[in-house]
Ligand binder design. Structure first.
Ligand code: AMP
Ligand code: MG
Length: 489
């Protein structure tokens, strides 16, 4: 297949559109009045094989606004289902349209999706639109997650639509261009298992395997291996969230990817003070998606994937259940192993000792008991500046510190290389809620994007320990109400 790559570098394939019709609806974006480019991710564009100059033009803005369909794209809305806060619902892209898959110069395949481009057959009562604040928030946090080394969807551009949308108040409308390894979700499989034929489910599974796990294509029970691989990726992903204090906030099964990327930055936020019960989302009243509960929800969601795959795993459903349960039971161990490995690196430890898990646990307990800031505690250990911590002088902490020093001394690596390992593992800066809010307020209320640009710049190098980081490490001033996030729909 040879085809022209456009001047902008678009090189679309549309493999998802070749799946059975039940999985999508062809749908074009609804054009908007007067689109205006707000932010464009040059390095990401280049890595996708796109021409950053050609796209920073009226033509590019028209594409990111949904006013022009790029050559080779085949816009569609994807169908999926999902458990939202434990309740099963039929969903689908109600405010997102997949333009197609960009094939990069190195042959990688990425979904290019517009978020907020107007109604689709899955919009139910919604308007299919998105507001500027939440779209910029997704841009900031997803790009920060990428810089932190955490698998995630990326953000290529945000444009203002020039139209208002109505929420509790009138808000400026915007569209985010999201880039993802794919948008296949646990919920896509729930949709297939619930409403489709066995053959359609098989086609979806084969498609996902080909796209994300080609190494298992020839395995004897590839659908069981598929479940196992998704479990592995999610155990790794969620351990990475825990290690940086990221709280997703809405881990519904439709917001869990098959690829193992973080998706859907709605009410997510980073934890300041260490407390496993931390919840930011205003709608998560039971703490279902609290920081400390994320691994449990991870495996709960994966059990929904397993249920959806039972038909393919074994003809005998009882045996299928046994096989799937065996794989699910591995999640906890995988998660723990990844988490402990990550914690060892955060503490500058190269080798393994039996007591490491309790050394980590003691530190976390001390942080919880004394309401210590999670990121800054690890930062202070890294920069040898624990004197500046509130924990300084607290006997528990002094005792712990001695144990940690002795533990570090027992390894053969030098203190310098241990510190280097810590610097590579403990972000000096995270997108703190008050900093993100400050940037969004300047952008949305005053049209001043400089605050956001400075923030993005610092967040793009979280492990640099550069002097510019210092001012972004300070904690928010105490507020009468705890910080809250909203779904941003
Ligand atoms: P989310 O909370 O972003 O994961 O969205 C949950 C579901 O609601 C998905 O099916 C979305 O497509 C849909 N949705 C969210 N906002 C809107 C909107 N403004 N219009 C239509 N559908 C929406
Ligand atoms: Mg979602």
């Amino acid at each position: 297949m040879t085809k022209e790559i456009s001047d902008s570098g678009w090189n679309f394939d549309n493999s998802y559109a070749r799946l059975p019709k039940t999985f999508f609806a062809n749908q074009k974006p609804t054009p908007v009045g007067s689109p205006q480019s707000i932010i464009f991710n040059e390095p990401l564009a280049t890595s996708l094989g796109l021409n950053k100059h050609a796209l920073q033009s009226e033509d590019g803005t028209a594409i990111f606004a949904g006013n022009k369909i790029p050559e080779g794209a085949s816009p569609l809305a994807q169908a999926y289902a999902g458990h939202q806060f434990g309740h099963f619902t039929m969903l689908g892209d109600g405010r997102a349209i997949l333009l197609g898959e960009q094939i990069t110069p190195t042959g990688q395949r990425f979904d290019i999706q517009l978020k907020g481009p107007g109604r689709t057959p899955y919009s139910r009562g919604g308007d299919g639109r998105a507001a500027l604040g939440p779209m910029l928030r997704e841009y900031i946090i997803s790009e920060s997650m990428h810089a932190l080394g955490i698998p995630t969807t990326r953000s290529l551009a945000v444009v203002k639509t020039g139209e208002s949308i109505i929420r509790e108040t009138e808000l400026p409308g915007a569209i985010l261009t999201r880039v993802a390894a794919s948008h296949l979700r646990v919920g896509t499989f729930q949709y297939a298992a619930g409403g489709g034929t066995k053959e359609e489910l098989r086609e979806l599974a084969d498609y996902a395997i080909k796209r994300h796990y080609p190494e298992i294509e020839d395995e004897e029970n590839k659908y069981l291996s598929f479940l196992q691989e998704v479990i592995k990726r999610q155990a790794l992903l969620i351990s990475k969230w825990q290690l940086v204090g990221f709280i997703h906030g809405v881990m519904n099964t439709d917001n869990m990817t098959i690829s193992g990327e973080t998706i859907d930055y709605g009410p997510c936020a980073f934890m300041d003070t260490y407390d496993p019960a931390t919840v930011f989302s205003s709608i998560d009243r039971q703490g279902r998606y609290a920081y400390g509960n994320q691994p449990n929800i991870g495996v709960w969601n994966l059990a929904r994937l397993a249920e959806s795959l039972l038909m393919l795993i074994h003809e005998n459903q009882e045996q299928a259940v046994t096989l799937a349960q065996e794989k699910l039971s591995e999640f906890a161990g995988l998660f723990k192993k990844n988490f402990l490995e990550g914690m060892r690196a955060k503490l500058g430890l190269f080798n393994e000792e039996k007591e490491d898990a309790s050394l980590v646990e003691s530190l976390l307990n001390i942080m919880e008991k004394h309401s210590a800031d999670y990121t800054n505690t690890f930062r202070a250990l890294t920069t040898d500046s624990t004197r500046e911590l509130d924990l300084n002088g607290i006997p528990d902490f002094t005792e712990w510190y001695k144990q940690w020093e002795a533990r570090r001394d027992r390894q053969k690596e030098s203190k310098d290389s241990s510190t280097q390992l810590m610097r590579n593992s403990n972000p000096g800066v995270i997108p703190r809620n008050h900093r993100v809010e400050e940037a969004l307020e300047a952008a949305v209320d005053r049209g001043d994007y400089s605050v956001m640009e400075r923030l993005l710049n610092v967040l793009s190098n979280p492990y640099s320990y550069s002097p510019e980081q210092a001012e972004y490490c300070s904690l928010p001033a105490p507020t009468p109400q705890p910080y809250q996030t909203f779904c941003g729909t």
